[in-house]
Design a protein around this ligand. Structure first.
Ligand code: ZN
Length: 511
């Protein structure tokens, strides 16, 4: 009498709906065994893929057959038993040696004859072929696409998969929505949720119509795909798709993302919370609120800032919010630029731009040479890899390094092409920020704006003995050194003092 072990398998990676669940396989096999009058000694189930050898339960089945505890296997289909040549070979071997007398499948007819084994081999082989084919085709297609600079997956927001060319095109409408979202977020003070709501309002949503999740917003805002760089399976590829987000805008967005990602002080929304640290002990400065009640029933709110004293004992006293505000306002005011200065700086920038055009051409040529050099290196590396003198791991790492290098060069090149030179944009940014600083310093009841601008002009804010100190960024430090002269309307004296142009004597400013 043949004793059968029933083996059922379904792996979690099998999306195929035609593959029955383990429960369904068991009930099908029971019914089949009853109909065929088969003696089943036990049911063994496994939830692992058969694409690769190494299934414990399957090994158990083989072991029992080796030991003679059973001499038949019952399974739904040969592909449940084996989808790789090693496991398939073991089954065939057991049949050849006579330890395995029979196999039964409700969905596949098998008899232990040379012809039957041949058919079984094909069944195993077909399963294997099917698996190989599926994953190889996907892999091969993806690799080829990535090499051609084409994203092999679903298009990111603002892009659309073109079914005709199989490439990625800019979606004329949604790209505008995405760009607007980037711009909104770059301005600062926006949360991921607000961006999700904005996207939802203009047609970017999940399949179920709900706003996209916070993580997806973050992924979108940090996805280098928008710069033309594709990251796939932890490797970078140069994309061939057109972009609609500038490097500058993207970088601004990254700064805001970092701000949000940094752990924030919980609870209240104090304007200057998290701005400074204690100048004595280095602990964080926290804020608290006190409400003073008067006899007539009214009350007044006072806000204080003080050292948390969490690191070590510290003698620092609290500072009131108005005092903090006044000091910060002066700092910001001194970094300000009166709007009367704007044309001076604009002319200066234009002049500098012309001068730089020539330099840019020279630099671009140099960068081109460097890019070419990197490409030669990449080719050499590939040759070494194909000749098997370079280990795959080292190849991968080196390739990524060289790719990074190449990307950086390409980035530099495109920046020079777009902006004339890399520092003119920061220069414009500086002027705009200084103009904003002047306005914010003059306005009232705007502690939050004050805090935002303060963080733009400087860093390392310290509070000690009720004095606020700051390290100003270079151009702002220069402005501030003039004691806020530029935050007033320009006159000839202040012009000669504040504006110097490289290669020109102070005061001989191009008007
Ligand atoms: Zn302290």
């Amino acid at each position: 009498m043949i004793k059968y072990i029933a083996y059922c398998r379904k792996s979690t990676d099998e999306k195929d709906k035609q593959v029955l669940s383990i429960e369904a396989q068991i009930s099908e096999l029971k019914e089949f065994a009853k109909r065929e009058n088969l003696t089943v000694t036990e049911f063994i189930t496994e939830a692992k893929t058969a694409k690769v050898p190494g299934r414990e339960q399957f090994a158990e089945v083989l072991k029992r057959i080796e030991k003679g505890q059973a001499n038949g296997i019952l399974s739904w289909h040969p592909d449940r038993l084996a989808r790789n040549s090693i496991d398939g070979g073991k089954i065939i071997y057991l049949l050849d040696t006579g330890k395995l007398l029979d196999l039964k499948f409700p969905s596949f007819w098998f008899e232990s004859t040379p012809q039957g084994k041949f058919m079984l081999n094909i069944a195993f082989g077909q399963s294997k072929y099917y698996v190989d084919n599926l994953s190889e085709n996907v892999k091969r297609g993806n690799r080829q696409k990535l090499r051609n600079g084409v994203w092999p997956s679903k298009a990111p927001y603002g892009y659309i998969n073109n079914p005709k060319t199989r490439g990625i095109d800019i979606d004329p409408e949604l790209s505008k929505v995405v760009r607007k979202a980037f711009q909104l977020f770059a301005e600062g003070g926006k949360s991921f949720v607000e961006i999700a709501i904005f996207l939802h309002k203009f047609g970017i949503k999940k399949l179920d119509g709900k706003p996209v999740k916070v993580d997806q917003v973050k992924n979108m805002l940090t996805n280098k795909f928008y710069l033309g760089i594709m990251k796939y399976a932890r490797e970078y590829y140069q994309g061939s798709h057109k972009t609609f987000i500038s490097k500058k805008l993207f970088d601004e967005v990254q700064k805001q993302v970092e701000k949000i990602e940094r752990p924030r002080q919980k609870g209240h929304n104090f304007a200057f919370a998290g701005l400074a640290t204690c100048g004595e002990c280095g602990a964080a400065i926290t804020a608290e609120q006190h409400i003073k009640k008067y006899k007539n029933g009214t009350g007044q709110t006072f806000i204080y800032y003080r050292c948390t004293k969490k690191l070590k004992p510290c003698d620092q006293k609290y500072i009131s919010e108005p005092n903090t505000e006044a000091q910060l306002r002066k700092t910001v005011r001194d970094c300000g630029l009166h709007e009367g200065w704007e044309p001076y700086f604009e002319k200066w920038i234009i002049k500098a731009e012309e001068k730089d055009k020539f330099t840019a051409e020279v630099e671009t040529k140099q960068l081109n040479d460097q890019v070419q050099e990197t490409e030669i290196k990449l080719n050499r590396l590939l040759d070494g890899y194909l000749d098997q003198v370079i280990e795959p791991e080292i190849y991968k790492q080196k390739k990524n390094e060289l790719f990074d290098e190449k990307l950086k060069l390409e980035e530099k090149k495109s920046q020079i092409e777009k902006n004339g030179n890399v520092w003119l944009e920061p220069m414009r940014g500086f002027v705009n920020c200084a103009l904003q600083a002047q306005k914010v310093a003059r306005a009232e009841n705007n502690c939050h704006d004050l805090s935002v601008v303060a963080k733009k002009v400087g860093s390392n804010f310290f509070l000690k003995d009720r004095r606020l100190s700051v390290t100003l960024d270079f151009p702002f430090a220069a402005l501030s050194a003039e004691g806020g002269a530029a935050s007033a309307a320009p006159n000839p004296l202040s012009i000669s003092k504040i504006v110097t142009v490289p290669g020109l004597e102070p005061g001989t400013f191009p008007m």
